[in-house]
Design a protein around this ligand. Structure first.
Ligand code: HEM
Length: 504
């Protein structure tokens, strides 16, 4: 027999075995799987390709699919052979709380290529060890002490908005605010800003690359082989094969060089103007006798902080700004409060003073509520004990998740949830709402950067609305549509705003 015939037979046998195994698994999933009793589309019970079909083939936002499914099937839906999604706000706290030390789900979290980072570690124990090491850098006290660093970036942003205005141009605040958050996180974590704000029209290549790569993460989630291939190639080849991720590959090179440098030459840290992540991560005392992170792990940590620390805060600022500019009465109240608290333009208030302003605080909470934040369901694996969620017993190893958007858009909790209404946070019974503000998630895997994020939100909102008379340049609500790619991927025209400096 010819060698090619043997090969063909082997391929045919392997393919048939694979198809047979899929058919048997499909029958098992529909008829005998422990989740059989949960409602949901037959396709989702049969195979995980249901999700792939919706997200990759139809290009749908998974969150839109989830909304449709919950309307049809109720508050618990089987969205994959082994996956449930919940829509009842109470379920959020049953999944994400301090007593639950559940693993993150591998398929989703491996797609980012940050497996050895505080964000990417699947287990509670590994992430706790890493987060404990970095916690001193992100504590409330540390942020108060380093707030001048944030203020410096706010001032730079404002200077550029002024010069755009002097040139009779409106400004792209979608990218402008992201440049601000990117320069803040990079100077905060690495004492080296990427200087995104300096790029013409805020079109920083790193931000454009991150934005363009968001849909690629959806593909990577469904086809890990593609991710491994793209990131495993020599950089020049991956840039050719996947232009969408070209900027990311360049970013990997820059961050990689930074890490190599710090590992080879740790004494270079002594020259840093303040403590940065590498001081903490390379400190044997902080690691309590455990091995120090490898160069690969340091790199992945740096990348995770960069992604986590720029887009989401920028989006929150962008959406809050848009909604205030849409409402003259809210805008007036914001400006009046800031004028009272900040009478002399050249003496900006400190973070701790801004935190005491009720209307600004309400605007920030409402911006966090209305912004999609991390839009995706945060997938977790139910441990061996099983769990009760939304009144149902959930067997061990089930993948469960809930997007915070279902809490923030719940009509039972937030009256008219689609309206931007800071006053809901100022009503006499508003303290009870705090429990339902879950932008930073809850439990042991909640956001590590929330103090820094709040500092950025307070300083930037205050500066924008005190230093400028802002006016929308044609942006409408239709421009704010987004697709869920873990983070939201905005589809429309960027928020474009005239920023006219005030003189008093
Ligand atoms: C408004 C701004 C922000 C929001 C709404 C936000 C939201 C979140 C959410 C929902 C998670 C949970 C993700 C998951 O379970 O997979 C998270 C995790 C995380 N965030 Fe943020 N974040 C913000 C800003 C930041 C900033 C500025 C940093 C920078 C240090 C940061 C660093 C992290 C890290 C390291 C994690 C991983 C924590 C873990 O998995 O244990 N975030 N964030």
């Amino acid at each position: 027999m010819l060698r090619s015939d043997i090969l063909l037979r082997v391929v045919a046998a392997v393919s048939s075995a694979w198809v047979l195994q899929r058919i048997i698994a499909g029958i098992f999933n529909v008829l005998y799987h422990p989740l059989t009793a949960f409602p949901g589309p037959r396709g989702a019970a049969l195979t995980a390709w249901y999700k792939t079909y919706q997200e990759v083939c139809l290009g749908r936002s998974w969150i839109d699919v989830l909304h449709d499914l919950h309307r049809q099937y109720g508050k618990v839906v089987r969205v994959g052979p082994n996956e449930l999604h919940f829509s009842d706000p109470a379920a959020y706290h049953e999944i994400y709380n301090n007593s639950n030390r559940w693993d993150k789900e591998a398929g989703l979290y491996r797609s980012f290529g940050e497996d050895r980072s505080s964000f990417g570690f699947l287990t509670y124990a590994e992430s706790k060890q890493r987060k404990d090491i970095m916690a001193p850098l992100f504590s409330r006290r540390a942020i108060f002490e380093l707030q001048d660093l944030v203020q410096t970036q706010v001032d730079r942003l404002c200077e550029i908005l002024e010069s755009n205005n002097a040139a009779e141009k409106s400004s792209d605040l979608f990218f402008g605010l992201r440049c601000f958050t990117m320069d803040t996180i990079t100077s905060f974590c690495f004492a080296k800003s990427v200087n995104a704000l300096a790029e013409p029209d805020f079109r920083a290549p790193i931000l454009e690359a991150m934005e363009a790569s968001l849909p690629a993460f959806v593909l990577f989630k469904h086809f890990s082989i593609i991710r491994r291939a793209v990131f495993g190639m020599p950089p020049w080849l991956s840039v050719l094969v996947s232009p969408q991720t070209a900027g990311l590959i360049r970013l990997q090179q820059v961050l990689g060089a930074q890490v190599t440098d710090v590992v080879k030459n740790p004494e270079s840290l002594q020259g840093a103007p303040h403590r940065i992540i590498y001081h903490e991560l390379l400190n044997p005392e902080a690691s309590k006798g455990l091995p120090l992170p490898s160069a690969g792990s340091l790199y992945e940590e740096a990348q995770a902080l960069l992604f986590g620390g720029s887009d989401i805060t920028g989006n929150t600022l962008m959406l809050g700004t848009f909604h205030l500019l849409e409402s003259p009465s809210l805008l007036k109240r914001m400006k009046e409060e800031l004028l009272r608290a900040w009478p002399a333009l050249d003496k900006p208030p400190r973070f701790e003073d801004l935190e005491k302003l009720p209307f600004l605080t309400a605007v920030i909470k409402e911006s966090l509520r209305i912004s999609p934040g991390v839009a995706s369901p945060l997938l977790r694996v139910v441990p061996t004990t099983g769990a009760t969620i939304s009144g149902s017993y959930i067997p061990q190893n089930t993948v469960v998740g809930m997007s915070g958007c279902f809490v923030h858009n719940s009509e039972e909790i937030f009256k008219e949830p689609n309206n931007f209404n800071p006053d809901r946070w100022l009503e006499p019974n508003s303290a009870s709402l705090e429990r339902w503000l879950v932008a930073f998630s809850r439990g042991p895997r909640m956001c590590m950067g929330q103090n820094l994020a709040y500092c950025e939100l307070y300083l930037a909102f205050a500066a924008l609305f005190r230093r400028f008379d802002l006016e929308l340049d044609g942006t409408s609500v239709a421009d704010l549509t987004w697709r869920e790619c873990f983070l939201p991927h905005f589809q429309g025209r960027h928020l474009q705003t005239f920023c006219r400096p005030v003189t008093v």
